[in-house]
Structures are given as structure tokens and as C-alpha cells.
Write a protein that binds this ligand. Structure first.
Ligand SMILES: [Zn+2]
Ligand SMILES: [Zn+2]
Length: 441
């Protein structure tokens, strides 16, 4: 398995000094009514030409995009970049390379760093580390100071510094009073509260989904109810406050149903799902592989079925990775001692194309909504377009390319993933944003 190589990285994240031509790409941008084989010329980081025949006498970097799809850049609204605090597991630089290699041109990063993103200084630090990055990096501020669930963080200051949402992700907000205040404050700034929904009274010292396999394996299980009780509470608080609430990494049939009903009522409730929650089930834990341990845990086949239905009918707004790098030492422990979480940025697009497009669950137009438009809309960010004169922010992927995730070049500092043996169909080829280009190998 090839891994992070800093020297290799520096030569790959180049500025676009010359013109770039995406030749004969299948361009899809429903916002511009584009769905055709086109040639796109980028000049100084902007889209300068869109034509049905390749421009003659083109001088620059020609990318043969035959058979490939070109869309506005993909966005992942839920990643853990570990900096500041755990730079041994990931940094903003290595995480942004993992994002680019996976086909993402933008991410929002969670505040469970050390220190937490609960002051303007930490928001500013992250923005500084991300200067000159191809990948747009948006910090998410903490709901409570130190993410301890007790005292509200200075939300106005965090928003002023550039936080696009608030969340205590990694931990739930157990106090309904604090969650009420968070929804009231965030409403003043029109930002969403992103909820890690887990009643810790039901999940403490538990390590996998509670069901047939937890009984079979003798591992204490986390009931679906632990998530659903908080989803139900926070939907009620959203209705009461008129705030905006987003359910992170939805994992149970009951939660999907609660969100569907909240939407039908017209509440400002949205949700995301991770690839591992629509691909894997708790059966995978039989291997005792610690890379099948995440929070929320892999659920039952019935839950996966409900999630697929939620993706299909639009109840689930976005697909996010919950990219959670952990060191090998930590993940090489016994299952019950291992930390929760897996990497996701570099495997997500292959899983989305293989499992959702390949199995006729979502069309490319629907994938565009869930991976390009909705995550940005939820965070009040503008959605890039394939349009002459616009800044180029693009993802090129080959939907037919067969590859094995475990054999691929990776840029994350961590390797904890259950998808090593997966044969995938569909791979990111090139991303281009902020005047920079990244070509996956
Ligand atoms: Zn979480
Ligand atoms: Zn997370």
C-alpha cells in the first residue's frame, strides 16, 4: 500500500500557470442546463471557454477527459483534520491533499481539535493554515466551550471569524437547555447547528450496534434509540426555536423517519449520511477489525435499506465522509479499546459511484445535489458553476475506472479504513480550484 509522501505532494499541488483544457468531457451542471460532451478551457483559474469542438491551436495542459464526467467541485461538510493537537494523525495540509485526491474541492472541518475550535484564535489559525490551498477549508465552531456541553462558546465571535456552523461533534449536547440556546443564537446568524446525536446514557461503554451481531459477538451494543431520542428532541427544539438543525451521520431507520416527518412539517431540518452507513452493516464487525468501529456504529441491514430510501427520496440531503483519521497504534488495540472512526475522503467518491450510481439508486444529477449543491447550501456557501467567466472549481472523475482502494495512492496520514479490499468502479481523476490543479495517480 502506498502512503503519504510529502515530497511527492509538493510536486503535485501546482499552480495553474498555463491554460488547461478538459478535452471531450461529459459536462454536467444542471444549474446551467449543461449535460453534454464539451471542451472546457481554464485560463488564470477562470473558465474562459466552453465549446463543443476542441479549440484549435490550444497551447497548455490538455487533459484527455474522454469518458469522464466533469462537475462543479464536490464538497464534504464533515471531516476531522486533527490540527491543532493531533498532527501525528492528520494536518490541514495532508487532509486537504486527501480531499483533493478523493475528488473534493471543499470541506468543512469539525471543532474536536486540541484546543477545540471555540475561540477566534483557533478559527484564524485554521484559516491561516489553509491559505493557498486548492481545497476550500471552512472551520465549524464549537457549540460549547471546550466541547464539554456545559457553557455556550462565544458563537458571535466564532461566526465573525469565519465559522460556518456550530457543532460539538464527537460528543452530543446532552443538555436540552444548552441546545435550545444554541439554536436561538445560531438563528441570529442564520447558521445551522450540526448535531452528533447520541444519548450517552444509552451508549456509554458500548462499542457496536445493539442487535443480533452484538449478542452473537458478546460486545455491548449501542441501541438505535440512543440516536433517535436526540434526533426527536432536537427536531422539537428546532420547531420551538425556529432555528436550523442538521443531523450529522444519520444511521438508523427511525432517525430517517423522524427527519422525513420534520421536513413534511416544513421545519428547517437537514441531514447527511456517510458512505460506510449506506454500504456496510454490523455483520462486518464479526471480523473484529477495529476499522469497522465508528460512532454511530454500523447498523443493521434494515437501517441500510431505510438510508437508501432516504437518499432516493431526498430526505437525506447530503453525503459526508466523517473522515476520522486515527494512528495505527490506537487502532491496533483490542476492538473494545480502539477509538471510534475511519478515514473517508479518499474512498467516498468510488463508493458513491459504485454503490449508488452503479446500483441505480442515484443518478448523476442526484449525486450532484447531494455532493455539490446541498452541503454548500446548508452552510450558506455559494455553489460553483460551469459557466464562462466563473472561477473554475471542478471535479473530473471516470465513472468506469476500476480500482482497489487498498492499492491506491493515498495522502491521508492515517490508514484506518474498512474498504482496503473493496474493488470500486469510479475514481476521481483531476480537481481544479483556486487556480491550482491536482491529478490523482
Ligand atoms: Zn459525530
Ligand atoms: Zn465526526
Amino acid at each position: 500500500m502506498s502512503q503519504f509522501n510529502y515530497k511527492n505532494i509538493l510536486t503535485k499541488f501546482q499552480s495553474v500557470n498555463e491554460n488547461v483544457l478538459f478535452k471531450n468531457a461529459k459536462v454536467l451542471d444542471p444549474s446551467e442546463n449543461l449535460n453534454a460532451i464539451l471542451n472546457i478551457v481554464i485560463h488564470n483559474g477562470k473558465i474562459s471557454e466552453i465549446s463543443s469542438t476542441p479549440p484549435s491551436g490550444f497551447d497548455g495542459d490538455v487533459i484527455d477527459a474522454q469518458g469522464c464526467m466533469l462537475l462543479p467541485g464536490f464538497f464534504d461538510m464533515h471531516v476531522h483534520l486533527r490540527e491543532p493537537g493531533r498532527e501525528d494523525e492528520e494536518t490541514i495540509l495532508t487532509g486537504s491533499f486527501a480531499a483533493a485526491n478523493g475528488g473534493y474541492t471543499g470541506v468543512a472541518c469539525m471543532p474536536n481539535t486540541e484546543p477545540a475550535i471555540d475561540t477566534q484564535e483557533v478559527v484564524n489559525f485554521i484559516k491561516e493554515q489553509a491559505t493557498d490551498s486548492l481545497v476550500d477549508i471552512y472551520p465549524i465552531g464549537a457549540i460549547t466551550k471546550g466541547r464539554n456541553g456545559e457553557v455556550l462558546a462565544p458563537i458571535a465571535e466564532l461566526v465573525e471569524a469565519g465559522a460556518v456552523a456550530i457543532s460539538d461533534d464527537g460528543s452530543p449536547v446532552m443538555s436540552a437547555e444548552i441546545m435550545r440556546r444554541a439554536l436561538e443564537y445560531s438563528k441570529m446568524f442564520d447558521i445551522p447547528v450540526l448535531g452528533h446525536e447520541e444519548d450517552v446514557n444509552l451508549s456509554k461503554n458500548r462499542h457496536m450496534h445493539e442487535g443480533f451481531y452484538s449478542t452473537k459477538l458478546g460486545i455491548p451494543g449501542i441501541p438505535s434509540l440512543s440516536e433517535e431520542i436526540l434526533v426527536a428532541r432536537d427536531i422539537m427544539l428546532t420547531e420551538f426555536t425556529g432555528g436550523k438543525f442538521h443531523v450529522c451521520h444519520i444511521s438508523t431507520a427511525g432517525s430517517v423517519d423522524l427527519v422525513r416527518k420534520a421536513k413534511a412539517k416544513g421545519l428547517k431540518v437537514t441531514c447527511e449520511v456517510t458512505p460506510h452507513h449506506f454500504v456496510l452493516t454490523d455483520k462486518q464487525v464479526e471480523s473484529f477489525d477495529t476499522s469497522t468501529k465508528m460512532n454511530p456504529p454500523l447498523r443493521s441491514q434494515e437501517d441500510v435499506g431505510a438510508i437508501i430510501e432516504g437518499l432516493r427520496d431526498g430526505t437525506i440531503d447530503s453525503i459526508a465522509t466523517d473522515h476520522a483519521p486515527h494512528s495505527i497504534e490506537e487502532k491496533e488495540s483490542e476492538f473494545i479499546d480502539a477509538p471510534f472512526g475511519i478515514t473517508g475522503l479518499e474512498s467516498a467518491l468510488g463508493l458513491i459511484i459504485s454503490e449508488l450510481y452503479g446500483k441505480n439508486i442515484l443518478t448523476f444529477e442526484e449525486i450532484y445535489k447531494r455532493c455539490v449543491v446541498n452541503p454548500r447550501k446548508i452552510l450558506n456557501l455559494s455553489v460553483p458553476k460551469v459557466k464562462k467567466g466563473e472561477k473554475a472549481n471542478l471535479t473530473l472523475f471516470n465513472p468506469e475506472k476500476l480500482w482497489k482502494f487498498g492499492d491506491s495512492q493515498k495522502y491521508s496520514k492515517s490508514v484506518n479504513s474498512p474498504f482496503g479490499d473493496f474493488e470500486l468502479k469510479g475514481k476521481s481523476i483531476v480537481v481544479l480550484n483556486n487556480g491550482k490543479i491536482f491529478k490523482s495517480s
